[in-house]
Design a protein around this ligand. Structure first.
Ligand SMILES: Nc1ncnc2c1ncn2[C@@H]1O[C@H](COP(=O)(O)OP(=O)(O)O)[C@@H](O)[C@H]1O
Ligand SMILES: [Mg+2]
Length: 309
């Protein structure tokens, strides 16, 4: 069985030996799914680190099968899908924990928010989905808070005294201090999607838009929207587009503007760290750091770092 080249490379990079072993097992798991649910699996979608493919049941019903390495990420995704049930998230039809399998309702027509030409329209649609995803933080859960993200950044700062990739030590330390202060001052904890961006929001029937692929996280809604702000940006006019996006999302969802900018700055730094660690350093994320600095200065008349002074 031949898999997409990029998928194989990403699985190896991200999961190392465990990924290699899983890739060997994958044809067997696909066969297992076809037997267990009496279905025929079709050509997979464009893959990153999970195997996702449409499939047809014997009765003709179309579904989607997602096969993941059955570790922490998979369990978090499954738990968030269950917690968000019927609230703007794709429906789970069945699952099998041991083998990392989730059977999902197939969303049709299934194109993503990234295919909406007009950026402002995409923002309004995103706001509608996030409003539906609004859910208080559960008490007993394996899902981590945004403190865990702060710890990832702290680890990078501690291990790289001279900066990391394009990030200077000053920016890393600044972002970490702001991250820590924000985490200490969260007023209302919510269950977050954890990877909310254009490509994880799909068109469903009757003009409904639905989120897929939650990573699960607990924190402030403002934080959950940053990954959306980092995606689908034009080559020119990024500052103006970002400002407009923030204006729409803040008004639609009644967000705290200052904390939105601050989370934006911190997460843009963290997202840059991730891309330096991964296969391709993403200058789009890096460039957003200065956009959040500029926005903060424009609105509050002080440097973003002054927030922690
Ligand atoms: N329920 C679904 N209905 C239709 N298409 C889907 C569904 N779930 C996933 N897809 C398609 O598969 C792609 C990858 O799925 P996703 O869950 O986002 O995987 P990953 O965790 O690798 O990002 C999506 O971008 C989308 O095109
Ligand atoms: Mg995805």
């Amino acid at each position: 069985m031949k898999f997409q080249k990029q998928f194989v490379q990403s699985v190896r990079l991200y999961f190392k030996e465990e990924g290699e072993a899983w890739l060997q097992e994958l044809p067997g798991i696909i066969h297992y799914c076809e037997q267990k649910w009496s279905m025929k699996m079709e050509k997979p979608y464009r893959l990153s680190i999970n195997y996702v493919a449409p499939a047809k049941l014997r009765n003709g019903k179309e579904i989607v099968v997602k096969i993941c390495i059955p570790g922490a990420d998979f369990l978090n995704e499954l738990e968030s899908l269950r917690l968000f049930k019927n609230q703007g998230i794709v429906n789970v039809l069945d699952y099998e924990i041991e083998k990392g399998i989730i059977i999902l309702e197939k969303l049709a027509p299934g194109y993503t928010l990234a295919e909406i030409e007009d950026d402002e329209t995409a923002c309004y649609l995103a706001a509608q989905v996030v409003r539906r995803l609004s859910f208080p933080a559960p008490r007993n859960t394996r899902i981590q808070t945004t403190r865990a993200r702060e710890e990832v950044l702290r680890d990078t700062v501690n291990r790289n005294e001279k900066g990391y990739g394009p990030l200077s030590q000053h920016v890393l330390v600044n972002a970490l201090s702001i991250f820590a202060k924000l985490n200490k001052t969260i007023a209302q904890y919510k269950l977050l999607h954890g990877d909310f961006h254009h490509y994880n929001v799909l068109a469903s029937e009757q003009g409904n838009w639905v989120a897929i692929d939650p990573k699960g996280l607990i924190g402030e809604v403002e934080y959950d929207l940053i990954q959306f702000l980092l995606n689908r940006l034009p080559d020119k006019g990024v500052y103006e587009v970002t400002k407009k996006r923030i204006e729409i999302l803040t008004n639609e969802l009644n967000l705290n503007l200052e904390r939105f900018f601050l989370w934006g700055y911190c997460h843009a730094v963290l997202a840059t760290v991730w891309t330096v660690e991964g296969m391709s350093y993403n200058s789009c994320f890096y460039r957003m750091i200065s956009i959040f600095e500029r926005l903060y200065f424009e609105y509050y008349g002080i440097e973003i770092g002054c927030y922690v002074d």
